[in-house]
Write a protein that binds this ligand. Sequence first.
Ligand SMILES: [Zn+2]
Length: 215
Amino acid sequence: MTEISDSLGGLIAGYRRFRETGWETERERWATLQASQSPRTMVIACSDSRVDPAQIFDVRPGEIFVVRNVAALVPPFETTPGRHGVSAAVEFAAGFLKVQEIVVMGHGMCGGCQAALTQKLHGQEPGSGGFVADWIAMLDEVRGPIARELGTEGRAAERAMEHAAVKVSLANLRSFPQVREKEQRGELVLRGAFFAISDGLLYLLDEQTGEFQPA
Ligand SMILES: [Zn+2]
């Protein structure tokens, strides 16, 4: 048998704890979930290892439908050829699962947002930073004013970028006709959120003021 690495070994140990505690105690719930899922909320978060939505929101299996990617971004509604993974998930969540809320959760110390700000991966080949560069280029438009006002280094500029990224994703979500129409009919609520890693606090975006307030 292939040797198990230390990191996988740690995960397998966690899996055994899960089988004894998480799975066993929620057995009935798993049996129900076996047939179907009906999460009420979709969460779009960063792939960053420090911002696991299930952990932060302390939810049980079946409660949230999650997409995680670099910088927690939603691309605009595009019909160009390509593998539109996030769009597929949004389409599925809104159209089939009929979630009632979509939460876009950005976070502090986000490497993806930092790269968008510094543009340090600009011009890299796919596989050598180019995929990330291309992905976070959707923040280029909001980057300009931030870089001019606050520069491209330091927490003030980075946090402004992290907050702006959440707003870009919300705007892009609304470019999906299905999402926009559901929101207008009151069937779907879009929310921006921000998790500050340094103090473990969650902030919610007030779209009227554009400010993030402690939840
Ligand atoms: Zn991130």
